[in-house]
Design a protein around this ligand. Structure first.
Ligand SMILES: Nc1ncnc2c1ncn2[C@@H]1O[C@H](COP(=O)(O)OP(=O)(O)OP(=O)(O)O)[C@@H](O)[C@H]1O
Ligand SMILES: [Mg+2]
Length: 272
């Protein structure tokens, strides 16, 4: 029953790319991280530029962004609408390509990789959480997570992922039977079930009130603590910056400032 549903839903665009045929060439994403140095950052981004469109209509979404993100950090990105936050995350996450510049993941160059290699990189290393949860309405919470565990090697059991985000007692509920915060935690469970090295969260609490938003942030913080997953979170909510190791502020396609937090705000004290 589930298999049939999975086959049907896997054909949707959300999972089509993830399910693409494996390329035969070795590539950066399948090689073990470079063991030579523990100090290799998760990401090293240099002079990244992204121009959408051409001529008069061209938009400079990124104007030469450089940043290093150490492994295991929680980084929060703030900035006005249109300042380039999602563009940066989409390129780092292998969903889009830069116009120029470079992105290294664990010391290996991502820019210039083939579509197939980027697909493998995403499948093996990256979890995505978006503002709208992209759950399959006809599948239960457990089945939504199993969509990913069925196509991942050595996944976390789907039930364990749901338990980790506090939904052990909601596994058989359909999305429509869950609150917004619970649906977002299913999306987080789906992302963590493949044991990603890094999670990209673009406005993960954007559609939530404070109380439900905090449960989602708790779940993300737990993933970071438990597995050392690097977390990159874009938000319009300046209060969320309190949980970050590092806060990056964007203005007009460029990084305006990078600040490190000496102490993190307890999540229960975060203002909305
Ligand atoms: N596919 C696209 N084609 C053309 N322009 C685009 C495209 N995607 C983004 N842009 C433009 O690039 C700029 C940066 O967009 P981006 O989505 O990265 O901003 P953002 O900081 O994430 O904004 P928001 O906070 O509203 O999500 C904007 O001016 C936007 O209009
Ligand atoms: Mg955005």
């Amino acid at each position: 029953m589930l298999k049939a549903k999975v086959c049907e839903t896997l054909s949707t665009s959300l999972f089509k790319a993830e399910n693409a045929k494996k390329p035969s060439m070795p590539n950066a994403s399948t090689q073990a991280p470079n063991p030579a140095s523990e100090s290799v950052p998760a990401y090293r981004v240099e002079q990244l530029r992204k121009i959408y469109g051409e001529g008069e209509a061209a938009v400079q979404a990124l104007r030469g962004v450089s940043i290093e993100i150490p492994k295991g950090e929680t980084v929060v990105f703030l900035g006005p609408s249109g300042s380039g936050k999602s563009t940066l995350l989409n390129i780092m996450g292998g969903l889009d390509r830069a116009t120029s510049g470079s992105v290294e993941f664990l010391g290996r160059e991502l820019t210039g990789q083939s579509d197939g290699d980027l697909t493998l990189y995403r499948r093996q290393h990256v979890g995505f959480v978006f503002q709208f949860y992209n759950l399959m309405p006809g599948l239960t919470a457990l089945e939504n997570v199993e969509l990913v565990t069925e196509i991942t090697s050595e996944p976390m059991p789907a039930a364990d992922a749901l338990t980790l985000v506090g939904l052990g007692n909601r596994m058989d509920h359909f999305p429509a039977q869950l609150s917004g915060g619970e649906q977002q935690r299913v999306a987080i469970a789906r992302a963590i079930a493949k044991r990603p090295t890094v999670m990209f969260c673009d406005e993960p609490t954007g559609a939530l009130d404070r109380a439900t938003g905090l449960t989602v942030l708790e779940a993300l913080a737990e993933v970071n603590r438990e597995f050392g997953t690097t977390l990159l979170i874009v938000t319009h909510n300046a209060g969320v910056a309190g949980l970050a190791d590092r806060v990056v502020r964007f203005i007009d396609g460029a990084i305006d400032s990078v600040a490190t937090n000496a102490t993190k705000t307890p999540i229960s004290d975060i203002e909305w």
